[in-house]
Design a protein around this ligand. Structure first.
Ligand SMILES: [Zn+2]
Length: 317
């Protein structure tokens, strides 16, 4: 039995022996099914969808910082030790990491899943830090990295006007080395333009250029697309469907089922979430996850009701 402080109370979790399942003990009020007795805690089998816990969830990260690094203003840069804590606590709660391709098959399958809850890990933009830290994580998780093919070896300041930091992108050699240690390399776009602005012919040209680049450098086509900013509508999804088996969004798509095939939502994990926070967010009903994450943001703590301050920052991709 493990116990950690969360929600101002204690979260207990443990594995049910020989079942492959785990349980959480959440500090919330509920009516006991056998009577009217109230409890401050609720036992939850992770993976049971009516509790909000997911059968399958895809996590989205961006940049990795050195261990114990002071958090920067960039909520997409996460210290390596915090990232490891995320995976450790999910594992302790019974979540099993699966490759993105396996997660995708489960996401688009409408049937209820059996077995433990699963999670896949993705990194967007392809920053250079991934070459330093992902090889040490690959024994624990099998991540996918979505590359911007025009930006390899360049600095993010050439395109990312919203970022408070300048980050280098992976070189081609580094991306090839990651592929050799089992990292799934996929496609985030030739650049980071919002695809909604392009017509069908322009989308075709961009996707063909990306596929050609992949074939030339990796000897294969990418199976999956991650939309820059998660932005996609029916037209962009239809274009993506002509070139990719699946496509991932952040908030513009669906969490499960056929509608998610070319617009699968991911949880964009902010660096201010410690392991217990991430577990609570992941176990929230899908519609509440973004709110649950925002609730834990440093700028929410002690924030006044003055809407002129502490403006929430949206999910990124
Ligand atoms: Zn991106």
């Amino acid at each position: 039995m493990l116990e950690r402080k969360v929600f101002g109370s204690h979260l207990r979790r443990g594995r049910i022996l020989n079942s492959g399942w785990s349980f959480l003990e959440l500090p919330v009020a509920f009516a006991h099914p056998c009577g009217t007795r109230k409890s401050k805690c609720q036992l939850v089998r992770t993976g049971v969808t009516q509790t909000g816990a997911p059968e399958i969830i895809v996590l989205l990260y961006h940049n990795i910082l050195p261990p114990r690094a002071t958090l920067t203003e960039d909520i997409g840069s996460i210290p390596c030790d915090v990232l490891a804590e995320h995976f450790q606590i999910l594992g302790e709660a019974g979540f099993v990491n699966v490759p993105l391709a396996e997660a995708f098959e489960q996401i688009v399958d409408e049937r209820p899943q059996t077995g433990p809850p699963r999670f896949a890990v993705t990194f967007d933009d392809g920053y250079e830090s991934l070459a330093r830290y992902l090889p040490s994580l690959t024994p624990v998780v099998r991540p996918a990295v979505f590359l911007l093919t025009d930006y390899l070896g360049q600095c993010s300041s050439t395109w990312n006007t919203r970022s408070p930091t300048k980050l280098r992108h992976l070189s081609l050699e580094q991306a090839l080395q990651l592929a050799q240690v089992g990292v799934d390399i996929e496609f985030h776009g030739v650049d980071h333009h919002n695809l909604l602005k392009f017509d069908g012919a322009e989308l075709d040209e961009r996707f063909r250029r990306g596929l050609t680049w992949f074939a030339d450098h990796f000897g294969r086509h990418p199976r999956f697309l991650s939309y820059p900013y998660g932005a996609c509508n029916d037209r962009v999804q239809a274009a993506a469907a002509r070139y990719f088996d699946g496509a991932f969004s952040v908030t513009h798509g669906a969490w499960r089922g056929e509608r998610a095939r070319h617009a699968a939502n991911r949880l964009s994990v902010s660096s201010f979430l410690r392991g217990e926070d991430l577990l609570a967010v992941v176990c929230s009903p899908p519609a509440d996850r973004w709110h649950e994450q925002e609730r834990r943001a440093p700028w929410r703590k002690g924030a006044s009701r003055d809407l002129g301050h502490n403006v929430p920052r949206g999910p990124r991709s």
